[in-house]
Design a protein around this ligand. Structure first.
Ligand code: ACO
Length: 150
């Protein structure tokens, strides 16, 4: 598997990006401010993430997704490893990520990768999304913020 920057004129893999965030508007905002990197296997894009600068010292993984058929095979972990390496090489001191209170698997993955919980933005998903989101019977209301030192 090869992880690379999206080429300048290549279309972003929206189908994948929308798995991580149902708002196309927000996804387009992330793409406008961040760098899109993709995981490629045998010529197919199987994963994606968007890395953006938050401030002079911090980058954030704004969106990360793996093709549904390919999940659970370590690709997400490799994408996060690539984000850590990229942010480090660019000289940033910390990396952040945010996810919903109901995203249990994602919270597990991010902590396994070294992120620690930093805070909660209450009602983020109520205030920023038109439709209610449920995962595993839990309403997604709050954004859990996680961070790691690089
Ligand atoms: N409980 C405990 N551990 C879990 C759970 C769970 N419910 N779910 C996953 N994990 C662990 C796995 O055990 C594995 O750990 P291991 O390597 O120690 O075995 C790890 O998390 C999963 O690793 P990968 O196989 O690398 O993950 P995957 O390739 O499936 O990618 C991802 C993870 C990106 C979250 C993928 O499932 C996905 O695309 N989901 C839909 C989109 C999404 O929710 N994106 C994130 C939204 S938040 C944001 O974008 C900032």
């Amino acid at each position: 598997m090869n992880i690379r920057k999206l080429w300048e004129h290549e279309a972003p893999p929206f189908e994948l990006l929308l798995l991580a965030d149902p708002s196309r508007e927000l996804v387009e905002e992330y793409l406008a401010i961040g760098e899109c990197r993709v995981a490629e296997m045998a010529g197919d894009i199987v994963g994606v993430y968007v890395l953006a600068r938050l401030d002079m010292e911090t980058m954030e993984i704004m969106n990360i997704a793996v093709d549904e058929q390919m999940q659970g095979q370590g690709i997400g972990r490799k994408l996060i490893g690539d984000a850590i390496q990229t942010a480090r090489e660019l000289g940033y001191q910390s990396l952040e990520i945010g996810t919903g209170n109901s995203s249990i698997g994602q919270l597990a993955l991010y902590q396994k990768c070294g992120f620690r919980m930093e805070g909660v933005i209450k009602d983020f998903f109520i205030d920023n999304y038109d439709e209610a989101i449920f995962e595993d019977g839990i309403q997604c209301r709050d954004m859990v913020r996680l961070a790691m030192e690089l």
